[in-house]
Design a protein around this ligand. Structure first.
Ligand code: HEM
Length: 243
């Protein structure tokens, strides 16, 4: 996979650098699609709940992939590049207010925390779905019929979260979208375009001058995807759930 060529000319010769690898961009937009279809399919009643459940497994596989890609992906995808201490995020935020924040090639320190929040919220929504049963008690996740023998069973607590907490995801997504549109159109930092095309205009970035893909990117991505499938589907089977 080419990390820096397009139209026959190296990106740098056109004043641009690679910011995001293809797997990260595919992950991001597939996640948007699957969150939307998860919402859509839970509206449609019983037959659609089966699609909703498959959709939920796909979200889990995607998130497991992103966890692995955070360790084995290219330089901007790795957690080490964008998971920062809260005080670094705060200091970046103060810089932003004073108009002194430096541009970042990857996620900036504040954006990194928003992404952790989004990943955790979507992850919690998908995991709690494994314990949830539909309103008619016909279709459910693989652990929805387990009884943990607690006065307030884990299953019903998770089920309540799964039914009630989607609004929280929507609130975070609304902030995430608004902030990214602010960067794109007010600060003229083309973050949305970069998440689509993968590249950005060259700037004195605070984090790294350009993305380093590392060796055999496509092979590493395929292995991470295979491992993500095994972790999710194998994990459910090992824990006693039926797919
Ligand atoms: C269901 C809705 C959405 C969810 C769950 C979501 C989630 C995420 C996640 C997890 C990432 C991190 C990508 C990674 O490093 O792997 C991300 C990044 C990003 N998203 Fe979204 N997103 C949503 C909608 C949108 C929309 C509609 C836009 C367009 C306005 C958008 C623009 C971006 C941009 C520009 C980035 C990169 C931010 C940066 O450079 O720091 N997202 N999103």
């Amino acid at each position: 996979m080419s990390a820096g060529f397009a139209d026959g000319l190296p990106l740098r010769d056109r004043g641009r650098v690679r910011a995001w690898d293809l797997p990260t961009r595919l992950f991001k937009w597939l996640l948007v699609l699957l969150v939307f279809t998860a919402w859509l399919t839970q509206q449609g009643g019983d037959p659609w709940i089966r699609v909703h459940i498959v959709n939920g497994y796909a979200v889990l596989v995607l998130l497991a992939f992103r966890l692995l890609w955070g360790m084995f992906g290219s330089s901007t995808a790795r957690f080490s590049a964008w998971v920062t201490w809260p005080w670094d995020a705060a200091s970046y935020g103060f810089g932003l207010i004073r108009g002194r924040a430096r541009p970042y090639l990857g996620h900036n320190p504040l954006g990194g925390w928003m992404i952790i929040a989004l990943l955790c919220l979507v992850g919690a929504q998908a995991v709690t779905g494994l314990f949830t049963v539909d309103d008619n008690g016909i279709y459910g996740g693989p652990f929805s019929n387990l009884d943990f023998g607690d006065p307030t069973p884990l299953q019903s607590r998770f089920s309540r979260w799964h039914h009630g907490a989607f609004g929280l995801i929507l609130a975070f997504v609304a902030v995430h979208v608004a902030v990214n549109l602010f960067y794109q159109f007010v600060k003229k930092d083309p973050v949305v375009r970069a998440m689509i095309t993968g590249d950005k205009p060259v700037e004195p970035f605070a984090d790294q001058p350009e993305m380093r893909p590392g060796r055999h990117l496509a092979l590493r991505a395929s292995l991470c995807l295979a491992a993500a499938l095994a972790i999710v589907l194998g994990g459910v089977r090992l824990a006693g759930g039926s797919l």
